[in-house]
Design a protein around this ligand. Structure first.
Ligand code: F6R
Length: 261
């Protein structure tokens, strides 16, 4: 079972997850971080940037792999995940740009972009901590409902719901790309630690499905139930449809002191 931690707000979630990253980087200065984009991980990236500056943590050798990228956006588009990762993660933390990878969403060479990315991930030794958000339709990465649990990085078609959800980043829904390239569920499951964050009522059904729903390709987030080390940090609203919420609170409150997240 994933470990469920319910926090009061996004800032606390950010600080708690930033601590996981700091511990990892202190242990492993060339750690491989799996980076999600979207609104959810911003609290983590902000808290981590503040901690890195406060304690003077050396992050120059930290490596990173983004989860996904839109296909066909012009290079340098402000909403391409390459731009978002640079703006929200690489620059504020002071990471080394050459060590940060994002799937290549350019149309030129798109046929081999997935296998190329898998090769780069394998060469790096895999992801230490994979940050995940979750879509209202249950997607993780851009693995929409129906994605195989064995899937590798590949091109997918975004659902209408996801394009609607992401229209807030673009001038209109029609401007949201139809296709993306995303790490597969099989790729995500190979990370050594999954850290899924979710906030707000709009994510409550997706969180309940991922944590407690049947394990099914119809519900991609439920893949986390197959992972031996998954941590889910949610606010009260996102936790509100979990059936076993009382037990998760009780287990966290009584967590043995020697166990870390
Ligand atoms: C982003 C990603 C997506 C988002 C999800 C939630 O790299 O892979 O799975 O995590 O769409 O998006 P937000 O956080 O904007 O609600």
């Amino acid at each position: 079972m994933a470990e469920i931690v319910v926090v009061s707000d996004q800032q606390s979630a950010g600080e708690l997850s930033a601590q996981i990253m700091v511990d990892l980087i202190e242990r492993t200065p060339d750690a491989v971080l799996g980076l999600a984009t979207g609104s959810t991980p911003l609290a983590l990236y902000r808290a981590l940037a503040a901690r890195v500056a406060d304690i003077g943590l050396d992050v120059s050798r930290v490596r990173g792999f983004a989860l996904d990228e839109y296909v066909g956006l012009p290079e340098g588009h402000p909403e391409s995940y390459r731009s978002v990762i640079t703006r929200e993660v690489v620059e504020p933390l002071g990471l080394t740009p050459a060590l940060i990878h994002v799937p290549n969403g350019s149309l030129d060479g798109i046929e081999h972009a997935g296998p190329d990315y898998e090769e780069a991930l394998t060469a790096a030794g895999g992801v230490d901590v994979q940050v995940l958000g979750i879509g209202t339709d249950g997607h993780i990465g851009f693995n929409e409902p129906g994605s195989s649990f064995a899937s590798a990085t590949r091109v997918k078609t975004l659902t209408e719901q996801t394009r609607r959800d992401n229209a807030r980043f673009f001038a209109s829904e029609a401007d949201v790309p139809m296709h993306c390239i995303t790490q597969g569920l099989g790729t995500i499951l190979r990370a050594r630690h999954l850290l899924l964050l979710a906030f707000g009522e709009g994510k409550a059904d997706a969180v309940a499905g991922a944590v407690e729903g049947p394990v099914s390709a119809s519900n991609p987030g439920s893949a986390i139930q197959l992972h031996p080390h998954a941590t889910v940090i949610v606010d009260e609203a996102a936790a509100s449809r979990l059936q076993n919420l009382a037990y998760y609170r009780y287990a966290y409150a009584n967590k043995p002191a020697w166990q870390t997240l």
